[in-house]
Design a protein around this ligand. Structure first.
Ligand SMILES: [Ca+2]
Ligand SMILES: [Ca+2]
Ligand SMILES: [Ca+2]
Length: 275
């Protein structure tokens, strides 16, 4: 019997003076996509490596020998569709185990990447040879950092999804409107050295009995909503007008430190959002 480790919780928190919600959960599915994976769907570990230069096979082929990808997806079903959201913070955290040879320096030089991916996969029916398996996209939302590195123990690698080159806020909103599933591919240019090499990413999957699978954490708010009631209307518009010129506060909707036309436009462009 498959154990479901997904925990979804939404709690209202107040930061920067306005109402935001936090989504935090483990994946609903995760898969290790690799030619030699004997149990791609249900292994307790996910893995990623490349050839030292490329994270993805340049021919666009499924990962064989030189490449290994891992996939994970989350259900955002608790977040109301039909609403435009601003993302205030988005992080992915994985727990890296310690294959011999993996070091701080190597982790810095060849970070783990979170890329866009179609959620069209399922670990219960995963078949490596299926030609319809999704491949990782080219958008990089975040890269892992080594600040929590430990030499002889598993340690968390956090990927800031707002720090990459791609627009995570759009990705998040599209996922909610397109049926609530949000997927990422974990890839890296890190080269294990040779077949049987030990320098690569190996982190716990959702199938880990210890519950150490990836965690997605997103803080978000309804775009244009000042008072946090989930609806953008005259109350929010007036609040911005009356606070014009203020530094910070809930009326500073775009978070640039001042209440001005940028925030006014935010309420106007998103008028009736969430109502
Ligand atoms: Ca899995
Ligand atoms: Ca409002
Ligand atoms: Ca502002």
């Amino acid at each position: 019997m498959k154990k479901t480790l997904a925990i979804a919780c939404a709690s209202a928190i107040f930061a920067s003076g306005f109402a935001a919600d936090t989504y935090q959960s483990q994946p609903t599915d995760d898969v290790w996509n690799y030619d030699n994976a004997f149990n791609a769907g249900f292994t307790a570990f996910l893995r990623a490596w490349g050839d030292g230069t490329n994270a993805l096979d340049p021919q666009g082929l499924p990962p064989t020998l030189n490449y290994s990808y891992s996939y994970a997806k989350w259900s955002l079903g608790n977040i109301q569709p039909g609403v435009r959201y601003r993302v205030l913070e988005a992080k992915l955290t994985v727990t890296q185990t310690t294959p011999p040879g993996y070091s701080f320096t190597v982790g810095q030089a060849f970070p783990l990447e979170a890329r866009n991916l179609s959620p069209n996969f399922n670990e219960t029916t995963w078949d490596y040879t299926n030609p319809n398996n999704p491949l990782p996209g080219t958008q990089i939302f975040g890269r892992g950092t080594m600040e929590n590195y430990q030499e002889n123990a598993p340690f968390p690698i956090t990927l800031d999804l707002m720090a990459g080159d791609a627009d995570f806020e759009t990705y998040f909103n599209e996922a909610i409107q397109n049926g609530d599933e949000l997927a990422f591919a974990f890839v890296s240019t890190m080269d294990p050295g040779q077949q049987g090499g030990q320098v690569f990413y190996r982190f716990y999957s959702r199938n880990d009995a210890g519950g150490r699978g990836p965690v997605l954490s997103i803080r978000y708010a309804v775009r244009g909503d000042v008072d946090g009631d989930g609806c953008v209307n005259d109350t929010d518009l007036l609040a911005v007008l009356f606070a014009f010129g203020n530094t910070g506060g809930p009326e500073d909707l775009n978070g640039d430190g001042i209440v001005n036309d940028g925030d006014l436009l935010e309420t106007l462009f998103h008028f009736s959002n969430g109502c």
